[in-house]
Design a protein. Structure first.
Length: 276
């Protein structure tokens, strides 16, 4: 991974930023930009079915579905992948070879982005914690993207959390499987931990509260700590104690490790299928 895109801020970005698609993820990015100090008047949103929250931003200066789009200098594409060919073709007339195009669409390759709408392309994969500013995004740039454009893309993506850059686009399928889909695995853990608590005799409401707060608190501890996750796990585990008894099951043959390897492999394979 390379530490690119970390030497720019939202305030350093020049020209108009166009956001195509303002659903949950696109809306989260827009909120992050405005919350980070980007002037609303410099943002153009192209969204045929804007939510009430997005529509309200027009009163603050955001240009919503302008009749005259004009030439776009920086474009962030956050439409659904299945809608991209139509949306991208409509945007192509407004994109120059020098236009920075940042895509956060799953399974949409740099090659396809270049073919459909053109521009200097950065492909990125965020995840849903972006909605609270705690996301993690992985990005990869086409060869014709300049250092300045990488920095601009980095500033836009960092508005919703941390950013990592890679040089090999083929890794994006595994990235999607681990971090893009990863929040669902954590939420499933909370679901099943609560369900197991009920099976052990706890009232459902209490089991749900204990599971949610344990997962959330452990995640925050992991976020704040410099220790490896294995070390944090070991710190909770007394030899011969209750945690050790549970981990013998979770870490045994056909336990969590093997299940997670199979799950990530399945998600990676599906991501590759979607990219065809």
């Amino acid at each position: 991974m390379t530490p690119l895109g970390n030497n720019s801020t939202l305030q350093n970005i020049t020209g108009t930023i166009a956001l195509a698609g303002a659903g949950k993820m696109g809306g989260a990015m827009l909120s992050g930009w405005l919350g980070g100090g980007l002037d609303a008047k410099r943002v153009m949103v192209i969204e045929p079915a804007p939510s009430a929250e997005i529509a309200a931003l027009a009163a603050k200066g955001v240009r919503l579905n302008p009749k005259d789009v004009g030439r776009i200098e920086t474009l962030v594409i956050a439409v659904k992948p299945q809608s991209f060919r139509e949306a991208g073709a409509a945007l192509k007339a407004h994109i120059a070879p020098s236009t920075l195009v940042v895509s956060i669409m799953a399974g949409t390759t740099i090659k396809l982005l270049q073919e459909v709408c053109g521009g200097a392309v950065v492909r990125a994969m965020p995840n849903t914690p972006a909605s609270i500013g705690r996301g993690i995004t992985v990005a990869v740039a086409a060869q014709d993207v300049s250092a300045a454009q990488r920095a601009t893309a980095g500033a836009l993506l960092r508005a919703t959390g941390a950013v990592e850059w890679i040089d090999d686009e083929s890794l994006m399928d595994a990235v999607t499987a681990v971090s893009g889909s990863g929040p669902a695995y954590v939420f499933l853990l909370a679901e099943e931990l609560a369900r197991a608590g009920v099976a052990a005799g706890l009232p459902e409401a209490l089991a749900t509260t204990l599971a949610r707060e344990t997962v959330a608190g452990s995640g925050e501890l992991l976020h704040r700590s410099d220790l490896a996750s294995a070390t944090l796990r070991q710190n909770v585990t007394s030899p011969g104690g209750t945690t050790a008894a549970a981990l013998e099951v979770l870490m045994g043959k056909d336990g969590l490790q093997q299940l997670m390897i199979r799950a990530i492999a399945a998600a990676t394979a599906r991501s590759k299928e979607l990219a065809k």
